[in-house]
Ligand binder design. Structure first.
Ligand code: HEC
Length: 124
């Protein structure tokens, strides 16, 4: 029993440190991300990222204003998951398979350039 507990602790520790290494490993290139953003994302999210692209007016679910605080407080990983897998019941489909993994990190880096990560949300 004790051995199992020790083994499980190791697995958990590996899991936690592993994701830290993973997170640090993923530094996208905002320059290349800019090109991808202009090509694929600007039509909905707009040049500034505020969600006012030319197609936005025709969508039932509005594109996220990436500059909003709600969006900026999300972690890289959360945003990456939406970029990769999309958002259900919305025109935001996943880009996995259409973009390469590093391209999704690049475009995320560009989003972070437009709308830097904000650690703490301001009280309303
Ligand atoms: C057809 C329009 C459309 C295109 C093209 C599009 N998006 Fe979106 N995007 C949306 C919509 C709509 C949402 C909001 C989904 C929701 O509210 O469920 C969204 C949400 C997101 C979010 C989640 C933001 C948050 O705060 O959770 C990210 C990140 C994002 N898009 C990035 C991208 C990137 C990067 C591209 C280009 C590779 C892209 N989008 C292309 C419509 C689009």
């Amino acid at each position: 029993m004790k051995k199992i507990v020790i083994l499980l602790s190791w697995i958990m520790l590996l899991g936690m440190t592993g994701s830290l290494v993973f997170a640090q490993d993923r530094q996208g290139d905002p320059k290349s991300g800019n090109g991808i953003y202009q090509q694929h994302c600007v039509r909905c999210h707009g040049i500034s990222g505020s969600g006012d692209g030319p197609e936005a007016a025709f969508l039932t679910v509005p594109p996220t204003n990436l500059l909003s605080e709600r969006s900026r407080v999300k972690s890289d990983f959360e945003l990456y998951m939406t970029i990769a897998h999309g958002s259900i019941y919305s025109p935001m489909h996943g880009w996995m398979g259409r973009l390469q993994d590093h391209e999704m990190w690049d475009v995320l880096a560009y989003i972070r350039f437009l709308a830097p990560y904000k650690a703490i949300a301001q009280a309303q």
